[in-house]
Design a protein around this ligand. Sequence first.
Ligand SMILES: *Cc1c(COP(=O)(O)O)cnc(C)c1O
Ligand code: SF4
Length: 436
Amino acid sequence: MDQIYNKGQQEIAEKISSSAKISNWKDWKWQLKHSIRDIDMFEKLLGVTFKESEKKQLQETIAKFPLSITPYYLSLIDTDDYVNDPIYKQAFPSISELQVGDYEMRDPLDEDKDSPVPGITHRYPDRVLFQVSATCSMYCRHCTRKRKVGDESFLPSREILLNGIQYIRQTSAIRDVLLSGGDPFLLSDEDIDWLLTELRTIPHVEVIRIGTRIPVVLPYRVTDSLVSVLKRHHPIWVNTHFNHPREITKSSKEALSRLADAGIPLGNQSVLLAGINDSPSIIKKLVHKLVQNRVRPYYLYQCDLSEGLKHFRTPVGKGVEIMESLIGHTSGFAIPSYVVDAPGGGGKIRITPNYLLSWSPDKVVLRNFEGIITTYEEPKSYVDIFKNKSFNPSDTKLEGAEEYKAVGIEKLLSDANDTISLIPENTERIERRDNV
Ligand SMILES: *Cc1c(COP(=O)(O)O)cnc(C)c1O
Ligand code: SF4
């Protein structure tokens, strides 16, 4: 599978259209036009047949969560054992998607509640998520935004986009804008250029990031023309979404190289998925292949509690086990952060195995990846000059340093703040005090 247009791909192309050529295959618009959107076409192209009863349920599933697979991504499926294939499992519906567990939610991350204007989720102090597209070239079965993607009624109009840009313009705390969707690279080059140009007129926007699955599912979309648009608006960062080493093919490598050659720092966000990549050896292979292609593993996500994802979820312990197998065992820059995105909108929470075993005023006890237990002697006379009351933050000559304001746990650690505890709302004990 390491060739562009191998025999399998040629067969699929010819079944789609008898006159198909390699130039069609590598044309992203051809790929989109011929994306597989129904079960019959899937059966025909892959040479498989489902039982009538199963087919009926599959049809019900895709009526709820749409099906779309690019011919390219379909061609990565191993037809000899498609049922266990990691590409198949990410792309093709399972009737388990219709079973919604009690704990599952349409919007588990409360993205819509933390939305000041349509399309924008403003959760963290200095950055926003901006959903600029509602469509994807392949609908991942494990998508956390299943409630939205593929639904034409969520397609953001120019007006919605302008409103979002206006919100960012008016909110000077936003220094990082994360374009997401759906897939932002399904917009035309002209629309992407327009959007980036608008965002670049906002002085406080320091960085623009784009989250896309294009290099994985439709690598031919990364054209010279797209890359030259992106290059005009630096600094642009791109995060992609590879979940399995088999997704890194010659075509996807070419797309990644084009982006990296344009000076775009590349990151990868994977989702931990049962039966697909929930094994230390698969993740290790994946991160090694990513760094070989100049992609820095960024996040490994615990699967969210979105509706119909029960069959993809692993215990959190599986993620910790995988992190244990990476930290110390391989290059630091090949190791992603493992995160649980907090249900209810608390944001991403990083989880690692514990390395700090114990401590006293003069020593900490740590363990390393090999299980060696070691001690680190604390300094005897440490003076924190930056926490000294007479220290003036503007002395650092860092622009904006004097505006620094601690929040959350950070506030408890800060000497410049008198807060000694954070108390949850509706704490009975505190309520009793108020009643005295
Ligand atoms: C993930 C996410 C971000 C970006 O978080 P980083 O940790 O900076 O990558 C911003 N906003 C929302 C709503 C997110 O889900
Ligand atoms: S590319 Fe992203 S937004 Fe689109 S279906 Fe996959 S996970 Fe969801």
